[in-house]
Design a protein around this ligand. Structure first.
Ligand SMILES: CC(C)(COP(=O)(O)OP(=O)(O)OC[C@H]1O[C@@H](n2cnc3c(N)ncnc32)[C@H](O)[C@@H]1OP(=O)(O)O)[C@@H](O)C(=O)NCCC(=O)NCCS
Length: 138
């Protein structure tokens, strides 16, 4: 039976990153800092998605891990070259995550000769993990 799923083809892998986050740590940050934490770290799309979920901290933790994993794939960490909100997780039609970069992130992507960031997320009640890869067109 033919699949109606089309995934784009990419070229070389330029960088990879992984990160693991305790859901409880994110809950503590949220409890202590409230909206200040959420507004500093998450894009509007991430905020709306996570805060609308039954267990928001699981999804917030996965996106926190995503940002750290992406920053490792870039080898910059989060700081001068990338802000927390330079990287946003958006979901595709089947629930698959993809990454939207802001101007700063796109500048860094181009400077490294990459064209896209691929992302995979997973979580349990207590732990979230993200894996990111920077890939080029050829
Ligand atoms: C790069 C960064 C994401 C690492 O995250 P971390 O949570 O400190 O560390 P982790 O335990 O997930 O990962 C550690 C591993 O990352 C790797 N690593 C360190 N710097 C890295 C870099 N620049 N690029 C890629 N990987 C890196 C190392 O292999 C390290 O393992 P090692 O110490 O055994 O060599 C981190 O330095 C960063 O920028 N974090 C943002 C910090 C921040 O602002 N926190 C505030 C909380 S609101």
């Amino acid at each position: 039976m033919p699949f109606d799923i089309n995934l784009p083809a990419y070229g070389s892998v330029i960088g990879i990153g992984v990160d693991i986050v305790d859901v409880g740590r994110i809950k503590d940050l949220h409890d202590r800092q409230g909206a200040r934490f959420i507004d500093r770290v998450y894009t509007e799309t991430e905020k709306a998605y996570c805060l609308g979920m039954r267990f928001p901290h699981t999804h917030l933790a996965a996106r926190f891990a995503a940002k750290e994993a992406i920053s490792k794939a870039f080898s910059t960490g989060i700081g001068e070259h990338l802000n927390w909100k330079s990287m946003g997780v958006v979901l595709g039609e089947r629930g698959q995550p993809s990454v939207e970069l802001d101007e700063k992130g796109n500048r860094l992507l181009k400077a490294l000769g990459a064209s896209s960031v691929l992302l995979s997320l997973s979580h349990t009640d207590t732990t979230a993990i993200a894996f990111a890869a920077l890939v080029g067109d050829s």
